[in-house]
Design a protein around this ligand. Structure first.
Ligand SMILES: [Zn+2]
Length: 147
């Protein structure tokens, strides 16, 4: 099956009719390749996040954990981070796949967020001006996901 993953982002763009110039795909949402065309989208098997402008993307993609500021360095000079859905996608939570429901986290904080071993607090998150995080999702996490 060599070659079937080639241009998977472009295949999803057609299949899902994503209104973007460029779509990057990575299983599990662990993107390290930067978006260069806008509007652009990052996709995984659950859906995609559309960034209308480069500014919206950059503010959301500095790859620094929004809890501890760690940016995991890679061999090629890029950094690694994970996109965490504050209110999880799918049942029973049915959170939206939207930038307002996404935090950029290091792998450790992503796991803690998914497992509910941390309680998110908007005031203590490292925020960037053009990446608006919806307080309703933070409240949902604090009351429903956090244990
Ligand atoms: Zn972290």
């Amino acid at each position: 099956m060599a070659g079937t993953k080639t241009n998977t982002g472009e295949n999803l763009k057609r299949q899902w009719q994503i209104p973007a110039r460029q779509v990057r795909y990575r299983e599990g949402g662990k993107w390290s390749m930067p978006l260069k065309g806008f509007p652009g989208a990052l996709a995984d098997e659950n859906g995609c996040i559309l960034f209308p402008t480069q500014e919206a993307y950059q503010s959301c993609s500095q790859n620094k954990c929004q809890i501890c500021s760690l940016a995991v360095p890679l061999w090629d000079g890029l950094t690694y981070a994970e996109a965490h859905h504050i209110r999880p996608l799918g049942r029973p939570h049915n959170g939206p796949d939207a930038p307002t429901n996404i935090l950029i986290l290091c792998p450790n904080h992503h796991a803690q967020g998914d497992l509910g071993s941390i309680r998110l607090d908007l005031a203590s998150l490292r925020c960037v001006p053009s990446h608006v995080i919806a307080t309703e999702f933070i409240r949902y996490q604090a009351t429903t996901i956090a244990k």
